[in-house]
Design a binder for this molecule. Sequence first.
Ligand code: PMP
Length: 344
Amino acid sequence: MREDLQVFDNVLQLVGNTPLIQLNRITQDFKGQFFAKVEAFNPGHSTKDRIALYIIEEAERKGILKPGSTIIETTSGNTGFSIAMVSIIKGYECILAVSSKSSKDKIDMLRSMGAKVYVCPANVSADDPRSYYQVAKRMHDEIKGSVYINQYFNELNIEAHYKSTGPEIWKQTEGNITHLVACSGTGGTISGTAKFLKEQNPDIRILGIDAYGSVLKKYHETREFDSSEIYPYRIEGLGKNLIPTATDFESIDKFVKVTDEESAHTARQLAKTEGLFVGYTSGAALQGVKQLAEEGEFDENSKVVIIFPDHGSRYMSKVYSDDWMNEQGFFDSKHEKLANQVEF
Ligand code: PMP
């Protein structure tokens, strides 16, 4: 049990310093050792607490934010929750434009945290006036003195991870790390963490996880935006239909694409084998690790850190619902239903 009992002034003091937890069973057939950086231990239950707090405090330092100011963001849910949480503590209004792909749980949660939420269609192009980017931009123009976080195009997103996630992993592994595996959405997590780690040891391999239906992997390999790569997929927060400037493609050695189905099963497997109830993209990250292990990426000396971005409770009506899994056609002869499921 932990012994660092301590009283905190407010929840924001608990952002960051998340645990690194060894995976003992699910990776046992692979060469090397595997450790999960479990971001669900942040008070807002995801890695996005780090960027929300960092970007808002930078705006305060620069005098951009005033008491009662409005903070606007586009978000798949997690960033919104974190901004809402920081806004409550610091006394700001929070307006969020979210994709209709976000789970109902996430949208309800944002509203419970006092945010005003606008749900926008997921499968329209970024320059469509109905897209969540355009809705957020319009509100930013209309509300005087508002701040638009703009996580996909904000350098501070990278800096937040450069200053926290990277140093934490370096310290926790005592520099004993050969590979970093992280999902790429805005790219802030992987780029900022990679920048810090590569400065310590340029030989650390940085492996990005992308979704089928996203342009990131192809762009990384060709530096060309290929719209034929884009099609709808289920995983929220992973991959993109545009090229975010918060992604430093130079710092990433390789991208791996994962499917909705395999990522969902891997997330469920994580709960059952390691007792880690984590989100859909954590399943995606580990699914990527499985594929990399099969490709021979790791050897006996590998010490692999995998970032698990958020908590499983946000996906009760998706990955952790048998009905949803069935609707997607994700149950077949290969995959059993939850062992403890009660049939009615
Ligand atoms: N997983 C989840 C659940 C997310 O919400 C995000 C953020 N879009 C990511 C992974 C990817 O993190 P980043 O935006 O830093 O690339």
